[in-house]
Design a protein around this ligand. Structure first.
Ligand code: SF4
Length: 490
């Protein structure tokens, strides 16, 4: 990938944000092939959250552009700030909101400070440096000091406001970061893939990077290898999936011992996982059936939750009721999807009452789910509603985590044991292409009412239900695959 000559040298706040997340992302934002950029719901969710937070911070009408600053609007949006960075480079910012504060500026007896909406629970370097970046440019425009910025966040509760002091230390950090960005952007090739590839799920360049990771056999492609372990393996001279797959587990275990017993203990597992991925073959880990509880079950409930992780809000509890006909025959045709919506304003007691009714009607049926979220959330809800210890244990015993059973019984040639990857590997397809948890949350907001433009969007609710139903069916696809493998056991 060579650098096209027409690209400018200006460093923008967007590039800064990208670089802090992943150096490669900043490079691709500038030089990558736009056609390969994919839409992710993440940005739309951010904008929705930003709009809600700003609407609560400044309730009066906000002004737009430079004119609004001259007039002295309480909140100003849509302004583009251009100027020089700490070491004389061209920089440009598009702060989503400026808030009027007491002070002096070229416009009169008031000044402005930048405001950002904070998604997530923590204040990050991205927030601090983003505010500092806008602060430097705003100072040049308003001809007076910008000593603080604001971070605001609106969840289901009241607006949280944090004042961030734009200290000399932050300016110094920004100076260093800008130097590094400049250096990275001068490279002919993009920086390497980020070590923590979990971050890639939110990124618009994930298509491009996944292709490269697979083609080159990156270690991060091996399920179970995170950034730390990858670094250790590289220190030991293992840089590719194939090299790990052909390593001797005993020798590797001994070498890994120097980095901590927890690393040496899993040498066998990571070598075996790399091997099945390299060979493209599955491996049975246990000679016992994975799902013995289903042999005589009259039916099962398949359960999947959709949540807003930042607001810690489970807004949809989806169930599929599936009857057992006989032996290995299940009545998928007659399977019934039953969603329970749980808007926070309806309260937890009402939500629990509805879920409990369902669990009571089918009281002898196991409940299948994928991963620990469902059972943790449901037991927490039940406990909050006063369900006693003994009842909680009974309820707990009905839940079967398909992910857990899969990991106990099988090693698969896939780079992740998440529901999407495993179910796709079994041949299951989601009806809505590209749908994921973030998009489900966006649909929820479009229907439930926080996304002002699309409030009450009934199509969004239909899409949300379809997605959640597919998640339940995907869980069943994996369970069915396990049952089929069980049937081959002697
Ligand atoms: S997909 Fe991952 S590695 Fe690629 S640019 Fe995005 S965050 Fe970086």
């Amino acid at each position: 990938m060579g650098i096209p000559p027409h690209k400018t040298n200006v460093i923008t706040d967007r590039l800064l944000r990208s670089w802090i997340r992943c150096k490669r992302k900043a490079w691709l934002d500038r030089y990558g092939d736009e056609k390969k950029r994919v839409w992710t719901a993440h940005r739309a969710l951010q904008l929705d959250h930003q709009q809600r937070s700003f609407a609560e911070l400044i309730t009066r009408e906000k002004g737009k552009g430079l004119k609004a600053c001259e007039i002295g609007f309480e909140g100003v949006m849509g302004i583009r700030l251009k100027g020089l960075g700490p070491s004389g480079e061209l920089i440009e910012a598009h702060p989503p909101l400026l808030q009027r504060i007491k002070g002096e500026s070229r416009w009169g007896k008031f000044a402005y400070r930048p405001v950002l909406a904070r998604q997530g629970r923590k204040v990050t370097r991205e927030h601090r440096l983003g505010l500092t970046f806008s602060g430097i440019l705003l100072e040049q425009l308003q001809e007076s000091k910008v000593s603080s910025g604001l971070l605001v966040t609106k969840g289901n509760q009241e607006l949280e406001i944090q004042k961030i002091s734009l200290s000399v230390n932050l300016q110094q950090q920004l100076l260093e970061v800008l130097k590094k960005i400049k250096a990275d952007l001068q490279k002919d090739e993009p920086p390497t893939l980020i070590s923590d590839r979990r971050k890639c799920t939110l990124c618009c360049w994930k298509g491009v990077c996944n292709v490269e990771a697979t083609a080159e056999g990156h270690l991060s492609e091996v399920s179970g290898i995170g950034p730390k372990r990858k670094q250790i393996l590289q220190e030991l001279g293992i840089n590719k999936l194939q090299e790990l797959a052909t390593s001797n587990p005993r020798d590797l275990g001994q070498k890994l011992f120097a980095f901590g017993v927890q690393h040496s203990e899993i040498a066998d597992q990571i070598v075996a996982q790399a091997r099945v991925q390299h060979n493209g073959s599955k491996e049975r880990l246990s000679r016992t059936p994975a799902l013995p509880e289903l042999i005589d079950a009259p039916g099962i409930l398949i359960y999947d939750i959709e949540s807003d992780p930042d607001a810690r809000d489970d807004f949809l509890h989806g169930f599929i009721r599936l009857m057992h006909k006989k032996d290995d025959e299940w009545d998928l045709e007659g399977a019934k999807y039953q969603p329970i919506l749980a808007p926070y304003e309806h309260g937890k007691p009402f939500c629990w009452e509805r879920i409990n009714r369902k669990l009571t009607i089918y009281k002898d049926w196991p409940v299948l789910h994928y991963g620990e979220t469902e059972v943790t959330s449901l037991l927490r809800l039940a406990k909050q509603q006063g369900v006693q210890k003994q009842e909680l244990s009974k309820l707990r015993a009905r839940f079967i985590d398909i992910h857990d059973r899969l990991r106990l019984h099988w090693r698969l040639p896939i780079n992740s044991y998440g529901l999407k990857t495993v179910a796709n590997w079994t041949g299951f397809q989601w009806h809505q292409k590209g749908a994921d948890g973030a998009r489900a949350l966006l649909w929820w907001r479009q229907w439930h009412g926080t996304d002002e433009k699309n409030r009450g969007n009934s199509k969004a609710l239909k899409w949300l239900f379809k997605y959640n139903q597919d998640d339940c069916l995907a869980t069943w696809a994996v369970a069915k695959w396990l049952l089929k493998q069980d049937s081959f056991l002697p």
